[in-house]
Design a protein around this ligand. Structure first.
Ligand SMILES: Cc1cc2nc3c(=O)[nH]c(=O)nc-3n(C[C@H](O)[C@H](O)[C@H](O)COP(=O)(O)O)c2cc1C
Length: 254
């Protein structure tokens, strides 16, 4: 069985995950954005795991790091995808590799894939594009030929970096008077950071700035409203707008 597990708040990680999963015949897709998809999953050495996470502060989101304990492999081959907003993926791939190996998986191929930045969407706007998705499909074809290799894959990043050092983004979405209290944002928030009593705001200590609430809001009421947001977006765009290309890593020789 081929199973895809991802965390996708704004949809770009899901698009890449689906492109790879389509080639490999993925029968099941779990999106850990949804609490009901965070369930124990045990796979054998005959199965294949496709594991896709966005990059938050150079690591995978804390909710993904903490949910990896739900996965159990038995020398199960895995392909990993780190989807990032055109700045860098830093330690995310090697972090995914280490965490999955601890859970009994063997990473055979990896991809660092560029997508629209979910906090600053003017950066890498529109990605993944058609070419990105084509490259992902080619990655899946090549990766399928590495699955039986017993070598260890070498991935960039610092495997000893402390993922708890990322304390979260400075920006948290809020709603304006257009909010109709429909509670869609409350139900989609992966970390329970929006309360039913006050859905226009969010509990900043819990909010991971994933942007799921902005995407779910049917009346466009939710967005980043901090006074500093505009200047931060402009500064980030100035530094990180140069187009980055996707990178692919394979175990041993194909
Ligand atoms: C809190 C937070 C931190 C982020 N940190 C990074 C980062 O370190 N490097 C980067 O290139 N993109 C970063 N991004 C952008 C996301 O990795 C990127 O937009 C990704 O495509 C989001 O996936 P999704 O569309 O599936 O939600 C960050 C986004 C958020 C919300």
């Amino acid at each position: 069985m081929v199973v895809s597990v991802c965390f996708s708040a704004r949809g770009t990680t899901m698009r890449y995950c689906e492109a790879v999963g389509k080639v490999l015949g993925s029968q099941k897709v779990l999106n850990w954005l949804r609490k009901e998809d965070r369930v124990p999953l045990s796979l054998s050495e005959k199965d294949l795991l496709i594991f896709a996470c966005p990059v938050y502060g150079g690591f995978i989101p804390s909710v993904c790091r903490d949910s990896i304990a739900l996965l159990k492999g038995q020398s199960t081959p895995a392909l990993i995808l780190a989807v990032y907003g055109n700045r860098h993926y830093d330690n995310a791939l090697v972090q995914m590799q280490c965490l999955l190996e601890e859970r009994g998986f063997a990473v055979k191929a990896a991809a660092a894939l560029v997508a629209e930045h979910s906090i600053f969407p003017s950066v890498a706007q529109g990605r993944p594009d058609g070419n990105d998705l084509l490259q992902s499909e080619e990655f899946a074809f090549r990766a399928s030929r590495c699955l039986t290799s017993t070598q260890k894959i070498s991935l960039p990043g610092d495997r000893n970096a402390d993922s708890h050092s990322f304390k979260g983004a400075a920006f948290h979405p809020a709603a304006d008077g257009q909010c109709t209290h429909c509670m869609k944002c409350v139900s989609v928030c992966p970390v329970g950071a929006i309360s039913q009593d006050s859905p226009q705001t969010c509990l900043e200590d819990l909010c991971i700035s994933c942007g799921a609430c902005i995407k779910a809001c049917p009346c466009g009421a939710r967005k980043h409203r901090n006074a500093e947001y505009g200047a931060a977006q402009a500064a980030f765009a100035m530094k990180c707008s140069a187009r980055r290309e996707n990178e692919f890593f394979f175990i041993g020789t194909e």
